[in-house]
Write a protein that binds this ligand. Structure first.
Ligand code: NAP
Length: 326
């Protein structure tokens, strides 16, 4: 039986969720929160009226605003879902709208800079619990989201030691209800881990795609035609949003440079092994790397299907228009 203070059992976890930014992550949170019945109401804001209109039309939000401060008004959960570099200025903007007892969180891919930029604007009585769902695609905008994005993926929370434990517990329960598994760590450790698992891989993808584009002895059409040899998988990552990724590198500089240093040293070792025909070293290093892939599949973080589960498109011919040029 419920006590006089407790909510009825079918009461949503939050009365009003405000999404500040309604792109891939904001819209996916809306879909997943609706799937699990976590919100009485979802409202939101974006930079442009076009995004706000799309979000309302798609049923992602009940009310939309171009002003983040208006969207945050009266919400008991406010989630910053904009590029990392905007979180500080937006926190300043919405500071007076945040209601006492509300949880303020974010989904930014970098954490220490967000704590630095957002925390000074959080009023007393509001619980700031930074977060980062380790789930995404190369798509952006309100139409790209889907309810299953967070299923089985990790969400990292990086509260400061003095943060209210109940607020951290409630936000953890929210992410679990969205389908995620939750881990808590310091912002600095998050940034180091993500530098090697996400940020440097994106930098390498951007770089290899641009290197291929600027080659003189291999034509662009050859690069496209023969892309299934491995290049294609880098192009998917390199199709990610340039604004988001610019902000990631500007805001996780130290950890990325640290990991890039390690990467460059290891690359030099491979280069040397190739130069000196050292097959044993190459074989050993490739065998170690292969085991990591198996570990990822065993942990349920990817599919073991051949070619990443791609189904060959029916009717695809060897003579697509771009191929002919090569
Ligand atoms: P996105 O699809 O590009 O959406 C960004 C949203 O922010 C858009 O709705 C944009 O509005 C809005 N916005 C920009 N400036 C704003 C402002 N001043 N006030 C209110 N809204 C504003 O980006 P996303 O992929 O969802 O990424 C959002 C955050 O999630 C980033 O911090 C990123 O680091 C993090 N993240 C991304 C991924 C991923 O794979 N994409 C994964 C995990 C975490 P307009 O459409 O009107 O410009």
């Amino acid at each position: 039986m419920s006590g006089p203070q407790s909510k009825p059992q079918n009461q949503p976890m939050f009365d009003r969720i405000a999404l500040i930014g309604i792109g891939l992550i904001g819209s996916s949170i809306s879909h997943a929160a609706r799937r699990a019945g976590l919100a009485g109401e979802i409202v939101g804001s974006a930079r442009t009226p076009a995004t706000v209109e799309t979000a309302v039309r798609l049923g992602l939000i009940e009310q939309g605003f171009v002003s983040a401060a208006e969207a945050a008004e009266g919400a008991d959960l406010v989630i910053l879902c904009t590029p990392v570099g905007l979180c500080g200025p937006i926190a300043k903007d919405i500071s007076r709208s945040l209601r006492p007892g509300a949880i303020l969180t974010d989904v930014g891919s970098v954490k220490a800079s967000i704590v630095r930029d957002v925390a000074p604007h959080v009023p007393q009585g509001v619980h700031f619990v930074p977060g980062h769902p380790i789930a995404g695609t190369e798509q952006s905008g309100p139409e790209s989201g889907f309810a299953e994005l967070f299923d089985g993926r990790w969400c990292i929370l990086t509260p400061e030691p003095h943060t209210d434990g109940k607020a951290v517990e409630k936000l953890s329960a929210f992410w679990e209800a969205l389908g995620s598994r939750v881990e808590v760590m310091t912002p600095e450790h998050h940034d180091l881990v993500l530098a090697i698992t996400s940020h440097v891989p994106h930098l390498i993808a951007y770089n290899i795609v641009n290197t291929a584009a600027h080659l003189e002895r291999v034509t662009d059409s050859e690069v496209i035609k023969f892309s299934a040899g491995g290049f294609r998988d880098f192009t998917r990552i390199a199709a990610s949003d340039p604004t988001m990724w610019r902000d990631v590198f500007l805001n996780n500089r130290e950890a990325v440079l640290d990991m890039l240093g390690r990467f460059t040293e290891d690359l030099a070792m491979l280069q040397r092994a190739i130069r000196f025909g050292d097959g044993d070293t190459l074989h050993r290093l490739f065998t170690e790397a292969r085991a990591i892939r198996r570990g990822i599949i065993q942990a349920g973080q990817d599919t073991a299907a051949p070619d990443f589960g791609r189904v060959p498109a029916r009717g695809a011919t060897a003579a697509a228009p771009a191929d002919k040029k090569g």
